[in-house]
Design a protein around this ligand. Structure first.
Ligand SMILES: O=C(CO)[C@H](O)[C@H](O)COP(=O)(O)O
Length: 231
């Protein structure tokens, strides 16, 4: 099963509640919520207050991607604000195991995020605490960047680790990809092992150009490409 998670980074911030409702009504599965602190990454976006404000506009999972340092003190705020999934970057946490535990203790699913050049060994001793691995296919900080092709090899490497873990434990960890996902590359990304696809500019940019109220056609096009892989 594939999931499509539009990134709010490319949505219209002046009407976020409507954007959330419309993109889910148009067939998306999750809302991807990018949190940037102008410290860990060179951009500044949205926090728990905005998460809380959009929560009543959808029952779909809100997938909070923390690009902040430090991470621990903001985790309970996002859990209270209605986040379902919270992921963070290992470089931004002093104690990865503790941060994962904080997320799970708050009742959310937990995940680690790997930048294009971040080594994968950070997941080695915490697999039992992971619900999702998020692999960045751009350097974090901005929407609309081009997919880094080398990420496909890294994706295959993560897929192999997660499959081996599932064979050992019977637990499935989701593999999410984020950055430069478009209609013309999503099938190749799925073939390399991703099951969950963050798409910001592809969904909100193209959707807004064709129809300000609906995102059906772009989400249908992404699903049609994924159907070729599933078949
Ligand atoms: O985390 C992110 C950037 O740090 C964004 O989620 C990501 O870049 C999605 O945007 P796009 O699909 O336009 O590349």
């Amino acid at each position: 099963m594939f999931r499509i998670a539009p990134s709010l980074l490319s949505a219209d911030f002046a009407r976020l509640g409507d954007e959330v409702a419309r993109v889910i009504a148009s067939g998306a599965d999750w809302i991807h919520f990018d949190v940037m602190d102008n410290h860990y990454v060179p951009n500044l976006t949205i926090g728990p207050l905005v998460c809380e404000a959009i929560r009543p506009h959808t029952t779909a999972p809100i997938d909070v991607h923390l690009m902040v340092k430090p991470v621990d003190r903001i985790i309970p705020d996002f859990a209270r604000a209605g986040a379902d999934i919270i992921t963070f970057h290992p470089e931004a946490s002093e104690h990865i195991d503790r941060s994962l535990g904080l997320i799970r203790d708050a009742g959310c699913q937990a995940g680690l995020v790997f930048n294009p050049a971040t080594p994968l060994h950070h997941m080695d001793h915490v697999m039992d605490r992971l619900d999702v691995v998020l692999l960045m296919s751009v350097n974090p900080g901005f929407g609309g960047q081009a997919f880094i092709p080398e990420t496909l090899d890294k994706l295959r490497a993560v897929r192999a680790r997660l499959d081996a873990y599932e064979a050992r434990s019977g637990r499935r960890i989701l593999l999410e990809i984020d950055g430069g996902v478009k209609i013309d590359n999503i099938a190749d990304i799925a073939r390399a092992g991703a099951d969950t696809f963050v798409a910001g500019s592809a969904v909100f940019g193209a959707g807004r150009d064709s129809d300000p109220n609906r995102y059906d056609s772009v989400i249908a096009a992404l699903r049609a490409e994924l159907a070729k892989v599933a078949a």
